[in-house]
Design a protein around this ligand. Structure first.
Ligand SMILES: NC(=O)c1ccc[n+]([C@@H]2O[C@H](COP(=O)([O-])OP(=O)(O)OC[C@H]3O[C@@H](n4cnc5c(N)ncnc54)[C@H](O)[C@@H]3O)[C@@H](O)[C@H]2O)c1
Length: 280
């Protein structure tokens, strides 16, 4: 998809971080915009910023882990604008910790948002986009952690590998049908966002420091890394729009990820566990 002006974008997780950057960029490209987020105050704030810029913005509170809420989001988007051209399944949460120590509730929360939320987005929007018959594009946010595994982050890494696999399968299925819908997967390295504070949007009580010292340790490390070394979200959004224009499948943000991928696949071919030496 090369032209964005006047077309319609949907961004989930649009209240903060990368999603907010994507929303800002969509409006900058002259798109009409549907912003969705579970955090009402952040969503209102982001929508006020962008509506103030004179663009057509629809803000919908939506928990992407709930299929009925995503279906309502799609219905509202089509009622208001009649079409969707760019779908960004971006909402995501982080939960770290040792795999066997994390509770089922921890795993279900992360998989619910990062994997099921993406699948609900695909199931509610892609059939409507196909029926509309217009050119379109889907951008799914996975992570560098969807390509490379690290310790102490099992729930997040597993959800992001699943998100990556789902996105590749979506791309195969659309290409096999010669559909006019392109697909990309965004696999960022560190970005300066609120991802390390993701439990702010957890529907149940997050585990305390005493209950989950491993998870708190990892979240603290991620907080420091994203704040001190993270790329600005607006820069990520620029990279995403360039990739959609070029119809590029993999969207990476950091050149260093190439070396990490080489190390990973060398280890795979040697039959060894891939160990990541450095992650940015
Ligand atoms: N920040 C990084 O370093 C980084 C790196 C790789 C991938 N990512 C991915 O980027 C995406 C965006 O995260 P971010 O870094 O901008 O973090 P962020 O916390 O700043 O933004 C995430 C947004 O998603 C929303 N959200 C959370 N749960 C939701 C739900 N159930 N339904 C709808 N919205 C929900 C949050 O309210 C928030 O506005 C995520 O998928 C994340 O995994 C981030």
């Amino acid at each position: 998809m090369e032209h964005f002006e006047g077309r319609v974008a949907v961004v989930t997780g649009a209240g903060s971080g990368i999603g907010r950057g994507l929303a800002r960029r969509a409006v900058g490209e002259g798109m009409r915009l549907v912003m969705a987020d579970v955090e009402a105050t952040a969503l209102e704030d982001a929508a006020a910023e962008l509506a103030g810029a004179g663009s057509e913005v629809l803000a919908v509170r939506c928990d992407v882990s709930k299929p009925d809420q995503v279906e309502s989001l799609a219905a509202e988007a089509y009622d208001r604008f009649g079409a969707v051209h760019l779908l960004c399944n971006n909402a995501g949460v982080f939960q770290g910790g040792i795999a066997w120590e994390r509770t089922l509730a921890d795993w279900e929360w992360v998989m619910g948002v990062n994997f099921w939320g993406m699948l609900h987005g695909i199931r509610s929007f892609v059939p409507r986009m196909l029926a509309g018959g217009e050119e379109g594009h889907v951008v799914n946010t996975s992570s560098l952690a969807g390509l490379i595994s690290i310790g102490y982050s099992g729930p997040y890494v597993a959800s992001k590998f699943a998100a990556l696999a789902l996105t590749e399968c979506l791309a195969h299925d659309l290409a096999n049908q010669s559909a006019p819908i392109g697909v990309s997967v965004l696999t960022p390295g560190l970005v300066d966002t609120q991802i390390a504070n993701a439990t702010r949007n957890r529907p149940d009580e997050p585990p305390s420091e005493a209950q989950a010292p491993d998870a708190h340790f990892v979240a603290g490390a991620l907080r420091d890394l994203t704040a001190n070394q993270g790329m600005p979200p607006d820069e990520v959004a620029g990279i995403v729009f360039d990739a959609v224009r070029a119809n590029r499948f993999f969207i990476s943000t950091h050149d260093t990820s190439k070396e990490l991928l080489r190390e990973r696949f060398d280890a795979v071919l040697e039959g060894e566990l891939p160990v990541t030496t450095q992650f940015d």
